[in-house]
Design a protein around this ligand. Structure first.
Ligand SMILES: NC(=O)C1=CN([C@@H]2O[C@H](COP(=O)(O)OP(=O)(O)OC[C@H]3O[C@@H](n4cnc5c(N)ncnc54)[C@H](O)[C@@H]3O)[C@@H](O)[C@H]2O)C=CC1
Ligand SMILES: O=C([O-])CC(=O)C(=O)O
Length: 322
């Protein structure tokens, strides 16, 4: 998925420099991807300064760094099952980014993305507006396509939003869903819209694709590129990503979770909202679930690092990666 995401990002007109960064041992693989990208740029008439690297120094000066490293889930696994394993990877790279690209904005994709966003925030030491995760943006895009298909309208006529966990407890905001600018509840067809079925389909969309072809690639890749374009183009679009909220959703907060944010070159800024009672109770459930796993993961990371420090008096790359 990281490979396709990089390709989708490389096609954004604002992108003039791109570093394909990977871990040591992958030099040939990265160089091969780079050469293939260059062939395609020639065909497209694109002029992007491209490098393939395993040297952290090469990310210096980056505006945006996207973390896609980590294990994906296997059929039958929940995204949350990956938390402990991927936390170490995301922690390591977040510290690396803070050291080499201290002015960057970090986008986390690795799952479970809400928990990994909190890990990146903690380990980079960046301010919350400069660390976010792909969150429920992809889920919102999935729901949008089901609704557009149901009403036989172009996807651009549908605006909708899912907030909360990128996972089982996600919350659709029907109150924020419009078709051609008309609130969906005001359409006569609303009562027959298979809402629960749609939300169930969004929840299982990732696992269905993984079961059938091994990985989700094009959906997340394009979703990532949309967000990068929004940042670099300073577009101030409002998209649903995983961000740290203090109390922006009905006074609920102190967690990284999918919420509507305004996105521009400075980063992501949660939009304070008030949602219905039913939506609040769903969102609270999502927040409770993410908060409890986040605090477990962060406390494990802290004690592991303290152990490593005690043993070696220094943190080695391999201790954190494997
Ligand atoms: N938030 C979202 O909507 C989505 C999240 N994901 C997540 O992104 C992650 C990557 O997924 P895929 O690209 O499908 O997996 P993949 O297996 O194709 O790629 C994972 C990459 O991470 C690297 N990696 C694995 N362990 C590492 C370690 N210990 N240290 C450094 N690098 C390591 C691998 O070398 C590989 O390049 C997974 O956690 C997956 O669940 C994937 C799709 C969508
Ligand atoms: O389902 C997965 O594991 C990958 C992912 O997050 C998605 O495509 O939504």
């Amino acid at each position: 998925m990281g490979q396709f995401a990089a390709y989708a990002v490389s096609k954004i007109p604002f992108v003039s420099r791109l570093v394909l960064f990977g871990r040591e041992g992958n030099e040939d693989f990265l160089e091969g991807i780079k050469l293939d990208f260059i062939d395609s740029f020639s065909a497209l008439g694109r002029d992007v300064k491209l490098s393939a690297s395993t040297n952290p120094g090469d990310i210096e000066g980056s505006d945006v760094v996207i973390i896609t490293s980590g294990v994906p889930r296997s059929p039958g696994q929940d995204r949350l099952d990956l938390a402990k394993q991927n936390a170490r990877v995301v922690a390591y790279y977040s510290k690396m980014i803070a050291g080499y690209a201290p002015d960057a904005i970090i986008m986390v994709v690795s799952n479970p993305v809400d928990v990994m966003t909190a890990v990146a925030l903690e380990c980079s030491g960046f301010i919350p507006s400069r660390v976010f995760g792909l969150g429920t943006h992809l889920d919102s895009m999935r729901l949008k396509s089901y609704i557009a298909n149901h009403f036989s309208v172009h996807v651009s006529e549908v605006h909708t939003r899912i907030i909360g966990e990128h996972g089982e407890t996600m919350v659709p905001l029907w109150s924020a869903t419009t078709i051609g600018g008309i609130q969906v509840q005001n359409l006569p067809e609303f009562s027959s819209l298979p809402k629960d079925e749609f939300v169930e389909c969004v929840k299982v969309a990732g696992s269905e694709i993984i079961n059938k072809c091994g990985a989700t690639i094009y959906g997340p890749g394009e979703a990532i590129a949309t967000i990068v374009r929004t940042i670099l183009g300073n577009e101030n679009r409002i998209l649903s990503v995983s961000a740290y909220i203090r109390s922006e959703v009905n006074d609920i907060g102190d967690v990284c979770i999918g919420v509507p944010v305004r996105i521009n070159r400075k980063g992501v800024f949660p939009v304070p909202i008030r949602i219905s009672e039913e939506e609040v109770s769903g969102f609270q459930r999502s927040v409770d679930r993410i908060k409890s796993i986040t605090s477990e993961v962060l406390s494990d990371l802290k004690s592991e690092n303290a152990e490593i420090d005690k043993k070696n008096n220094v943190v080695h790359e391999n201790d954190l990666l494997f």
